[in-house]
Design a protein around this ligand. Structure first.
Ligand code: MEV
Length: 427
């Protein structure tokens, strides 16, 4: 993480070209990196052709840069790919609020994924489990030979666990979990290959029949955690005292802690930040979503992924823990030029560092949403930005966009028909 984000420069007041030029000097980006970040040419149709089937083109989304983040003592500019207004501004603002206390502290566990093997047609699943436990070392040794590159990098199998599913719609069966360290990859390919290779041996040992061989997206051994403290005095704004904002945020969190209806929306706010960076880096956001929500329900009831409390000094303290199976090698991350430039901009060199950035952004995004919800409401900030989208939809271009958006927001009539009326008056 080598990028600097000095507070003096108001990034949002710069032109697009000036923003890119600033990022270039801060993060040592090349012309090619800048072109990739700006989406010109971005992912070409030829590159896309090699990624999925039946390609007819590519699809663009805005890339915005979050400023002001300090993560584990290092300033970092974070690219976000997202269509929703307020997300980039919200994360930037919260990152700034966290600066006086040193920003975000983030950690990760080892990059261990779980591969599942479903073993059916066993007369006695418990006996089969005992047989597999007796052969565990040999099975792990076999798994270690599957990917010599990963082995060289220090990754590979770490453990094998066996779980009897006592009650299922088809009766009892056995499941093997291969715990596999995938280093800097997201790991789906590595783990899926490994479990497919182990399956015949498992059938031979148990006399059963292996059906599914696939990773689990509940990557609960590959966790990322972020912590932040915001001084209560820094939370004050307009007529709201710092204490009112702090307590409101804790009360808003408490709602999500006990109610799945609220927790779903609360966690969606976290994923606004998480997914945007996951997308910017070419990672699999469906896998991250699946893992996050399954993890939120791990105690048997769906709840908040984050926690907020008052610390011993009366300040606001927040924490987010979630599975983050992201990689910096392989897949779309390798193919997509924008993803490569995004990694370079952030200066991340390991999947763990990437996960630390993402979990910090998720926590900041959660704070932005709770702060707004517990005070002035979400619509005020949203409306100003939504007005820009409406202005564009009505045909505004260049300077007209801001001008029209301001009028619509001031009139509190943020509708395309009204925007068209105003445009017609201008022409
Ligand atoms: C909107 O995209 C996200 C929020 O609904 C999150 C939340 O309610 O915490 C504002």
């Amino acid at each position: 993480m080598n990028s600097r984000a000095p507070n003096k420069i108001k990034f949002y007041n710069l032109s697009r070209q000036q923003r890119l030029a600033l990022l270039r000097s801060e993060a040592g980006l090349t012309e090619e990196d800048l072109a990739a970040l700006s989406g010109e040419p971005g992912l070409t149709a030829d590159q896309a052709e090699h990624m999925i089937e039946n390609v007819v083109g590519t699809y663009s989304l805005p890339v915005g840069i979050v400023r002001h983040f300090i993560i584990n003592g290092r300033p970092v500019s974070v690219p976000m790919v997202v269509e929703e207004p307020s997300i980039v501004a919200g994360a930037s603002f919260m990152a700034k609020l966290a600066q006086p206390t040193g920003g975000f502290t983030a950690t990760t566990t080892a990059p261990e994924m779980i591969g599942q093997i479903q073993i059916l047609d066993l007369a006695d699943p418990h006996e089969a489990r005992e047989k597999l436990l007796a052969e565990k070392d040999a099975l792990l040794a076999q798994a270690a030979e599957v990917d010599p590159v990963l082995k060289k990098l220090g990754g590979g199998p770490r453990d094998l666990e066996f779980r009897v599913m006592e009650a299922s719609p088809i009766g009892p069966f056995l499941v093997a979990h291969l715990i596999y360290d995938v280093r800097d990859a997201m790991g789906a390919n590595a783990i899926n290959t490994a479990v497919e290779r182990l399956a015949p041996r498992i059938e031979a040992i148990t006399g059963g029949r292996v059906l599914l061989r696939i990773l689990s997206n509940l990557a609960d051994r590959r966790l990322a955690r972020a912590k932040v403290t915001v001084r209560t005095t820094d939370l004050a704004f307009d007529d709201f005292t710092g204490e009112t904002v702090r307590d409101g945020i804790i009360q808003a969190w408490a709602f999500a802690a006990v109610d799945p209806y609220r927790a779903a929306t609360h966690n969606k706010g976290i994923m606004n930040g998480v997914d945007a960076v996951v997308l910017a880096t070419g990672n699999d956001w469906r896998a991250i979503e699946a893992g996050a929500h399954a993890y939120a329900a791990r105690a048997g009831r769906y709840t908040s992924l984050s926690t907020w409390r008052e610390d011993a000094d009366g300040n606001l303290e927040g924490e987010l823990e979630m599975p983050l199976a992201v990689g910096i090698v392989g897949g779309a991350t390798r193919v997509h030029p924008g993803a490569q430039a995004a990694l370079k901009l952030m200066g991340v060199t390991t999947s763990a560092e990437l996960a630390q950035v993402i979990v910090s952004v998720g926590l900041a995004q959660n704070l932005a949403a709770l702060r707004a919800l517990a005070t002035e409401g979400i619509q005020r900030g949203h409306m100003a930005l939504h007005a820009r989208q409406v202005a564009i939809a009505a045909g505004a271009v260049g300077d007209q966009v801001e001008k029209l958006a301001e009028i619509l927001a001031a009139e509190k009539t943020v509708r395309v028909d009204r925007a068209r009326e105003i445009m017609a008056e201008w022409s």
